[in-house]
Write a new protein. Structure first.
Length: 234
């Protein structure tokens, strides 16, 4: 009985051994791969592809930031030299422009100063030219006074010279400052005397000691006057 049982057990193992053999297509002697190994190989390939792509993109980004491609040696040196030469020429161009502008400005200043001096000289010469006849008439009045005893003629000659001189001054914009009968104005009048009881309103100019003149809106010389009443401490 025991011999028969061993035979049946051996025949059962031989019949079940075919299920443990490798599948068709795996080749004889090859062991079946563990489940999931093929997925790991695919994941490794994808990871290596992503790494290569990242490295390539990093290289391109570096080249874009630096504005240069891969090191080509002699070509890069020529480009740098050409760029330096261009910048040097540009600097020289701007330097030349600055020097020309400075020279033009100096010429403008010199020309303006010269024109101003010429204008002032021309204006002065015009006034002097108009004053020369006044001097001529004064000299004639002196000669007439020395040769004649007619005082009235001498006074008429002097009055004519004074009138002519005033006309010249008025033509240049010079005006006399009004005084007698006008209210005292410390901006144009200078009080040298004061009369408390003059019969005039306080602060009224009652006498002129020296004429005052103004040139357009500027006071050339204040008038010296006598004022009635209180002048406010002036």
């Amino acid at each position: 009985m025991e011999e028969q049982r061993r035979r049946e057990a051996d025949s059962g193992r031989e019949s079940s051994g075919g299920a443990d053999r490798p599948e068709a297509g795996t080749g004889p002697g090859r062991e079946a791969e563990p489940q999931g190994s093929e997925d790991r190989r695919e994941a490794g390939k994808e990871e290596r592809s992503e790494t290569s792509a990242g490295e390539e993109m990093g290289q391109r980004r570096d080249e874009g930031e630096t504005g240069q491609g891969p090191d080509t040696g002699e070509g890069d040196g020529a480009d740098v030299a050409a760029e330096m030469e261009r910048l040097r020429e540009e600097v020289e161009s701007w330097r030349g422009r600055a020097l020309r502008m400075q020279a033009d400005f100096e010429n403008f200043r010199r020309r303006t100063r010269q024109e101003r001096e010429e204008w002032a000289a021309s204006a002065t010469m015009g006034v002097i030219e108009r004053l020369l006849p006044v001097l001529d008439h004064l000299e004639l009045a002196l000669q007439s006074g020395q040769q004649s005893t007619d005082v009235q003629s001498l006074l008429q000659g002097v009055e004519m010279v004074v009138r002519q001189f005033r006309e010249i001054l008025e033509g240049e914009g010079v005006r006399t400052i009004e005084t007698v009968g006008m209210p005292f104005d410390p901006n144009v009048h200078e009080a040298v005397a004061q009369v408390p009881d003059s019969g005039k309103p306080p602060g009224t100019i009652i006498e002129e000691f020296r004429k005052g003149y103004r040139y357009k809106d500027r006071v050339l010389r204040p008038a010296m006057v006598k004022v009635s009443g209180d002048t406010g401490g002036n």
